[in-house]
Write a protein that binds this ligand. Structure first.
Ligand code: PLP
Length: 421
């Protein structure tokens, strides 16, 4: 058997192969530090409390109901589930998804012709990049931004413009000033408006409206990346940019079952203007023909059995307790040296040390030795900002491990300070 070497450090891709005629665009393939952390943690010889990956906790996977649905579906002799599916997605899944969207957002009414099933949210982002980004296009991203989203834009050779955030999400006034200053309008505005990855903050409704106005003025596409919108702890729904815009063709929304069911399913969807449907189908046909058919059927079976509303309720209450446990642990172990966001939903807390000289990458290495992992803040900025910040995912760990992991982080931080003094 050939040994496979794991990724041994947390870094972005260093793809240099001078002997091969690589396309220019490969220089934009930067990869994702977040995704590389999975391989890195697997290669360590000791168990680690993982606040790094944005993955649902094992207890948050409804394995019992999924197993029942699967055993009803994947029966001996049944072969129709193993063929190709329609490129736009299985008809039954799309119909059930429309019902789910109607129940979760009664004020919004997506057009079924604008719903295309994708291989997770990442494929939706990639298709948006393929459709709208030219080499050299200016793409606005939040600062901090979701690393994989900015990586998609870079893979299509975009130039990125980072716009700062506060408690109400992206600073839309700063965006307008910056665009006026540079005198170039963006081709795309990429945002994770609700319970943002990595900061946990939510773009206010007022700013959503301003962003739509600006996009219309500039002719920019807004890519609204929304994996966490159904995970508001109080069951609250913030209206999506797509619905607030009256379903303006300029708004392209990317969603996924990864955080509300399971990321390994790799099933998501885009909700966009029906005029884009044929192009998206053509893009998918050149990518993967169709999304994994058995997994689409599993999701469809889960929805048709009516498990989703109860499951979402249970997730919201589990995640609220985990978030509260993490905030309490942070107050206890790092309260005198750092501050953090207090999200009302989603998966992430963004922690910033008061001292700008704290190096979160150094703390990351010390944390691994101590058996705890997170993602350093600089991973969420294409220009390496946020050196003294870190993203912690509270969704993956038990209450006991949240307390233990944050205690380890606090101890690792104090050890580093002691070594340096
Ligand atoms: C903001 C955001 N967009 C997209 C994704 C990718 O979703 P998927 O795993 O469905 O591809 C994630 C996953 O972490 C995310 O947080």
């Amino acid at each position: 058997m050939t040994a496979v070497s794991p990724t041994t450090q947390l870094g972005t891709a260093q793809l240099t192969s001078p002997a091969l005629p690589l396309a220019t665009r490969t220089s934009g393939l930067v990869g994702s530090i977040i995704d590389s952390s999975t391989s890195l943690l697997e290669s360590l010889g000791h168990p680690v409390i993982n606040f790094a990956m944005g993955s649902p906790a094992p207890e948050a996977i409804d394995s019992a109901d999924l197993a029942d649905v699967a055993s009803g579906l994947f029966t001996r002799g049944r072969t129709d589930l193993y063929g190709y599916a329609a490129s736009e997605g299985d008809f039954a899944l799309r119909t059930l998804l429309m019902d789910m969207l109607h129940q979760t957002d009664p004020d919004d009414s997506p057009d079924p012709a604008g719903i295309v099933i994708t291989a997770g949210g990442m494929q939706g982002l990639d298709i948006a990049g393929k459709l709208f980004i030219e080499p050299g296009s200016l793409v606005v991203v939040e600062s901090p931004t979701y690393t994989n989203g900015s990586a998609v834009a870079l893979s299509y050779q975009a130039r990125l413009l980072e716009i700062g955030m506060d408690d109400d999400g992206m600073d839309v006034d700063a965006l307008e000033r910056e665009i006026d200053r540079i005198g170039e309008t963006p081709r795309m505005i990429y945002t994770v408006p609700t319970f943002q990855n990595p900061s946990g903050t939510t773009l206010s409704v007022e700013r959503r409206r301003r962003l739509i106005e600006l996009a219309r003025r500039w002719g920019s596409v807004i890519v609204e990346d929304d994996p966490y919108g159904l995970l508001g702890f109080a069951g609250q729904r913030v209206p999506s940019i797509r619905s607030l815009s009256g379903r303006d063709p300029l708004v392209f929304t990317v969603r996924t079952f990864s955080k509300i069911m399971a990321p390994g399913l790799r099933v998501g969807w885009v909700d966009c203007d029906p005029s884009l449907r044929d192009l998206i189908i053509a893009a998918k046909q050149a990518l993967d023909t169709c999304t994994n058919f058995p997994m689409q059927k599993l999701v469809a079976g889960y929805l048709s059995e009516g498990f989703m509303p109860g499951h979402l309720e249970s997730l919201r209450s589990q995640y609220r307790s985990r978030k509260e446990a993490m905030c309490a642990a942070l107050s206890h172990h790092l309260g005198d040296v750092a501050h953090w966001t207090d999200p009302e939903g989603g998966f992430f807390i963004w922690v910033t040390f008061d001292d700008p000289r704290v190096d979160a990458e150094e703390l990351f290495r010390a944390g691994l030795d101590a058996g705890v992992a997170f993602i350093p803040g600089s991973a969420f900025s294409p220009t390496g900002r946020f050196g003294n910040s870190m993203r912690l995912c509270f969704a993956s760990q038990s209450l006991a491990d949240i307390e233990e992991g944050v205690a380890r982080l606090g101890a690792a931080y104090r050890n580093l300070c002691a070594e340096e003094s």
